[in-house]
Design a protein around this ligand. Structure first.
Ligand SMILES: NC(=O)c1ccc[n+]([C@@H]2O[C@H](COP(=O)([O-])OP(=O)(O)OC[C@H]3O[C@@H](n4cnc5c(N)ncnc54)[C@H](OP(=O)(O)O)[C@@H]3O)[C@@H](O)[C@H]2O)c1
Length: 195
């Protein structure tokens, strides 16, 4: 089965979004270059530097996504489909009525993160599973489900907002540094979780 990866843009002081959920500053690097990279399954096109373009394309290799309900709501369901066009599992306490039809591209999981990751792994086969949302990422860490952490470190101090590593449960958690890629407006950091 494929590995489980969290991949997010983050401020130097550890926030993935402002308190209101906006990600303008941490995601600014997606629009600061000349190389166009189109999302596989929607009209969004990034404009990044050549080094980051390769990193972004690599991130499209996932086989399934697990996302928290807050991220799903903030992204307004990505306009109606998973942005990568892959199986998409949304962890929530309450299934939104507007997405319950049999043609819904989303699977809502109400029995916890472990169940969502297990379903996503099955759907992804040998490909990696991506997890998104700080709350979901933290639960994956607490449950020992996370294999890799990929961070796009933005040169900004937000001061407040949604922290990626707020509640880790049992810490310290040891990481192995796999790769560091310096780009003009962002530094890409790759870690393996040592289990
Ligand atoms: N910087 C980046 O790269 C990046 C990437 C992704 C997201 N984001 C941002 O991150 C923010 C969201 O992160 P977040 O940590 O606040 O939220 P989240 O992880 O996206 O979602 C948390 C929500 O998921 C549901 N949930 C979590 N655990 C559950 C469980 N065990 N069982 C059932 N439901 C469960 C709950 O929603 P309900 O109770 O409502 O069901 C909970 O409030 C957004 O603002 C988004 O824009 C940033």
């Amino acid at each position: 089965m494929g590995k489980v990866i969290v991949e997010m843009s983050i401020s130097l002081d550890g926030f993935i979004a402002r308190p209101d959920g906006r990600t303008d500053e941490v995601h600014a690097w997606y629009n600061m270059g000349d190389v166009e990279v189109k999302m596989p399954n929607n009209d969004l096109t990034f404009k990044v530097d050549p080094v980051s373009a390769e990193i972004v394309k690599e991130s499209f290799q996932l086989g399934a996504n697990v996302t928290g309900r807050h991220t799903f709501d903030d992204a307004e369901a990505w306009g109606g489909d998973d942005p990568m066009g892959i199986p998409s599992f949304i962890v929530t306490h309450e299934v939104p009525k507007e997405w319950t039809g049999k043609d819904s591209p989303f699977t809502f999981v109400t029995d916890g993160v472990a169940s969502a990751v297990a379903q996503a792994k099955k759907a992804a086969g040998d490909k990696p599973v991506g997890v998104a949302g700080a709350d979901i990422a933290q639960q994956c860490i607490q449950l020992g489900l996370l294999d890799e952490i990929q961070l796009h470190l933005a040169p900004v101090l937000l001061g407040e907002g949604i922290r990626l590593f707020d509640d880790l449960g049992k810490a310290p958690i040891e990481l192995e540094q796999i790769k560091v890629v310096k780009a003009p407006h962002v530094t890409h950091l790759f870690f393996r979780v040592i289990k």
